[in-house]
Design a protein around this ligand. Structure first.
Ligand SMILES: [Zn+2]
Length: 328
């Protein structure tokens, strides 16, 4: 498959009132020899329908030759297809498809703990911070990034009224529920078993068509009441395929640190542990520990919303790299 060339074009349209300036983003794609509109749309992650084809023709009227043939080597604007996912909250619910590179790949995104269990606790600037809220916000950001690249995503732990939050302090609440609306119970074994059952049922429903299926669980560590050690983003796996996934994400994160903080170094490792969420789920599973909730250096990574976003983007890049390997 040819690499889709993506550019973001800002098309300004004056509509109705002169004061109302609407900006819309478009992908672009360049057709291969003999490629038609339907194929170009499909390759760009947009479903070819009479309406999307008509929209394409309007956008690209100047570059169509007779019988709607496409000119070789010309960049065409692709009508964006976007969908609403209220789980991300009003500011983030609209997700625009920017590529189709994860089409057919299925992800189960699990923010650790939730409901009556806040996970580990820490303090930042005099306020309590809790693992499940940090993990959940990062999980939503990761899910949104994956959707934008055309993936199928199931958010397993859900909080209908939180959404993605651009604030440092994420107050603890207890109203998270499972995918499907089932309550999260306090008993840990029971909770993890329910989590695995939900994932496994979905796994079976996707089995015939999915290119890959992976569980990504996000957590934040603590080490008793000590503020040490500082820990880098690291990975826990319980299978060979989990380890391979961990290696790909790990090298992506390492490469990103080398670019953005060249003198920092990165020491995240991959550990094997026989955890239920890894062992009892049918898809390839990995648990990602994002940092030590009590270490001030790690708190910087966990508390700043733009850092949670960056973490989500880096993990997504790792998943894209893995998907490319699995599709080859
Ligand atoms: Zn945890």
């Amino acid at each position: 498959m040819k690499v889709l060339k993506i550019g973001l074009f800002l098309i300004a349209l004056w509509i109705a009132q002169p004061s109302q300036l609407l900006g819309q983003e478009y992908l672009t794609a360049t057709p291969g020899t003999g490629e038609g509109i339907w194929s170009l749309l499909r390759r760009s992650g947009v479903k070819p329908t009479p309406s999307s084809v008509a929209k394409f023709k309007t956008l690209n009227a100047n570059n169509l030759i007779q019988n709607d043939e496409l000119k070789k080597g010309v960049e065409y604007l692709i009508p964006s297809s976007s969908k609403r996912y209220p789980i991300f909250g009003p500011a983030y619910e609209e997700v625009t498809l920017v590529s189709g590179q994860l089409e057919g790949h299925v992800y189960y995104i699990v923010g650790g703990h939730g409901g009556p269990d806040p996970g580990t606790l820490g303090r930042y600037r005099g306020k309590q911070i809790v693992e499940d809220e940090i993990a959940y916000d990062t999980a939503l950001r990761l899910a949104r990034e994956l959707l934008a690249d055309g993936a199928t995503v199931h958010i397993i732990v859900r909080d209908p009224n939180d959404g993605i939050r651009d604030s440092e302090h994420l107050p603890a609440d207890k109203d998270e529920v499972y995918f499907g609306g089932k309550k999260i119970v306090l008993n840990q074994a029971n909770r993890l078993r329910t989590r695995a059952r939900i994932i496994n049922e979905l796994y079976d429903s996707h089995r015939a068509t999915a290119k890959s299926q992976q569980v990504i669980a996000l957590h934040v560590d603590s080490y008793g009441y000590r503020v040490e050690p500082q820990v880098d983003v690291h990975f826990i796996v319980a299978s060979q395929s989990g380890r391979e996934l961990g290696e790909t994400i790990r090298s992506t994160v390492k490469a990103q640190y080398a670019i953005h903080q060249p003198n920092r170094g990165y020491h995240g490792d991959i550990k094997s542990r026989d955890l239920m969420i890894l062992r009892e789920t049918k898809p390839t599973a990995i648990l990602i520990e994002l940092g030590n909730i009590r270490h001030s250096g790690d708190q910087h990574r966990l508390i700043k919303p733009q850092n949670r976003q960056t973490l989500a983007e880096w993990i997504k890049e790792g998943l894209v790299a893995r998907a490319t390997m699995l599709s080859a």
